[in-house]
Design a protein around this ligand. Structure first.
Ligand code: ZN
Length: 184
């Protein structure tokens, strides 16, 4: 998933307003930040596949995106935020792990259970539905955004610019569409 990760972060903010928004929105992206770092260091590998959905192949992403390492990064991120209080820190950890869960839906069997494990998982909506995945993710974003905006309106303790935040997530999703980025 792409923009859907941020929508999940907003839904978590709505569920637990004590969790810091920046911690949740950073948290949902931690695995991809590590992925970028590890690829630039040569620890992880990808291959571009223009014209073949989703436009790239993730050859080795076990250190950033395996099930076991996702749990490790979630716990580390929660530990870093511990002085924010247990509840807030725990939700930021959940935000990191939500990345693995949502990627599991999209990735075509390239998510290892642990680094260098034989077993890889992923339901593969990116390859099963080369364009349909976009509408699936849009529906997910819509549900999360509706929940976020409804809770913001009711509780009034967060989401003062909620409409703008949701608009940014939707723009990100449009930019990531298979029509504007045809390689995917
Ligand atoms: Zn990812």
């Amino acid at each position: 998933m792409y923009a859907g990760h941020f929508a999940a972060g907003l839904a978590m903010k709505a569920r637990e307003p004590r969790a810091p928004t920046w911690g949740l929105l950073l948290g949902v992206g931690v695995l991809d930040l590590l992925f970028g770092l590890f690829v630039s260091l040569g620890v992880e590998r990808t291959t571009m596949t223009p014209g073949v959905a989703p436009g790239f192949r993730l050859d080795f992403i076990d250190w950033s995106h395996s099930l076991a390492m996702s749990l490790v990064w979630s716990l580390l991120f929660a530990a870093l935020l511990f002085r924010r209080g247990l509840v807030a820190a725990a939700w930021c950890g959940v935000a990191v792990f939500s990345h693995f869960v949502l990627d599991f839906l999209m990735h075509p069997g390239d998510l290892a259970l642990w680094p260098h494990a034989e077993a890889h998982v992923g339901l593969g909506l990116w390859t099963r539905w080369p364009r349909g995945w976009w509408f699936f993710e849009l529906a997910f974003i819509a549900v999360c955004a509706a929940y976020y905006l409804a809770r913001a309106r009711r509780l009034r303790s967060f989401g003062g610019r909620g409409g703008w935040v949701v608009a940014v997530v939707l723009v990100l999703h449009v930019v990531n569409s298979p029509w504007l980025a045809p390689a995917r």
